[in-house]
Design a binder for this molecule. Structure first.
Ligand code: KG4
Ligand code: ZN
Length: 345
């Protein structure tokens, strides 16, 4: 079964083709990505209407590229999958509209996929794929959640952010330091030359006794610190970046460990854009090794949004018998959509 996957929930247009024949992990045949970051950088963040228009421009050329690189033709596609949510409504509608039109033209079924299920399953495409059950730390620009995952389609929310997401904390702090959008990778690069203990920043909810997160106060503390530094900020920027990163990473690591203790599980999967963060990876690797916990990550280039994870999630849901494919082509999108809602008995 060959699945074409289309991702368009935010500022990346991603298209991919996987082979989900048999019961093994679907095989990635090819994937292509266009990032709109350069376009949005001028505005300091994603402009939804510009994002939608650019998805329209990119999605078909990327589809042709993916088919050519896989040496396949559209006639060989069995299912057309697309990100149904969560995300920006207009951006999602582009992917959904194109996927359903393409499926109708091919006489094949279309299938909506949950963006976070894509992130969460993306480590299955890595050289060291996880096994169920595991705890997943989902850390993206819009979400920060700990989930218990027993199998494909079984997602129990253990805790989540009550305000900003971890990626947002990176992005907003970076913006305060005058770094370009999206700030996460820039802040983490700047932090390499700084001292993470230079500034005392809050670790919100670290001792709350539950698995929830809060990052909004951190951004305010960074702003206060930046104002206090005044003209000195320029020369202390690397220290402030390193201290911000250290605060975010410490909370993510400690809460992940608390989730491992609470569930008694010995496998942790980290997914989403912030999962690319080198400090987060090195600290998690170190503490998990001490505790006999295996940690799994997506390949670095599949941490941020991409089409491969959408085609993969569709393929794995089909293999698990969780989807009834229909050749009906009406569609809707779900800009707000909790992952736990997918859980089947
Ligand atoms: O998963 P993703 O591509 O998009 C969403 O679904 O939101 O995640 C994007 C987020 C952004 O906030 C970006 O700054 C952050 O991931 N990010 C990073 C790094 N690479 C991407 N944050 C910290 N360190 C990184 N290396
Ligand atoms: Zn994402």
């Amino acid at each position: 079964m060959v699945v074409l996957g289309i991702e368009s929930s935010c500022d990346e247009t991603g298209v991919a083709l996987v082979d989900a024949s048999g019961s093994g992990v679907p095989r990635l045949l090819s994937h292509a990505l266009f990032s709109q970051i350069d376009m949005h950088q001028a505005y300091g963040g994603v402009v939804p209407e510009l994002a939608s228009r650019d998805h329209i421009r990119r999605v078909l050329p990327l589809t042709h590229q993916v088919m050519a690189e896989a040496g396949s033709s559209l006639a060989e596609v069995d299912v057309v999958a697309y990100t149904r949510g969560p995300g920006l409504a207009g951006a999602l509608l582009v992917g959904a509209g194109v996927a359903c039109s393409l499926a109708a033209a091919l006489g094949k079924p279309a299938m909506g996929v949950h963006h976070l299920e894509g992130h969460l399953l993306s480590p299955f495409l890595s050289a060291d794929p996880p096994e169920f059950p595991f705890v997943a730390l989902l850390v993206s620009g819009g979400h920060t959640q700990l989930m218990r995952v027993d199998r494909v389609g079984s997602y129990e929310l253990l805790g989540e952010t009550i305000d900003d997401a971890a990626g947002e904390a990176f992005d907003k702090s970076a913006k305060l330091m005058g770094l370009p959008y999206p700030g996460g990778p820039h802040l983490s690069r700047l932090a390499e030359g700084g001292d993470g203990t230079a500034f005392k920043l809050p670790r919100p909810l670290l001792h709350s006794g539950d698995l929830d997160f809060s990052f909004a106060g951190l951004k305010t503390a960074v702003l206060t610190q930046a104002k206090r530094l005044g003209p000195e900020l320029e020369s202390r920027k690397a220290d402030l970046a390193a201290s911000t990163q250290a605060a975010i990473v410490e909370v993510l690591v400690k809460k992940s460990l608390a989730a491992m203790t609470q569930t008694g599980l010995k496998r942790l999967v980290v997914a989403g854009g912030v999962g690319a963060n080198a400090l987060l990876r090195s600290q998690l690797n170190a503490v998990c090794k001490q505790r006999g916990i295996r940690v799994h990550y997506p390949e670095l280039h599949l941490c941020t949004d991409n089409g491969a994870m959408i085609a993969l999630a569709a393929g794995m849901r089909l293999q698990a018998g969780l989807e009834t494919l229909q050749r009906g082509y009406t569609f809707d999108v779900k800009p707000r959509w909790g992952l736990a809602e997918l859980t089947t008995a």
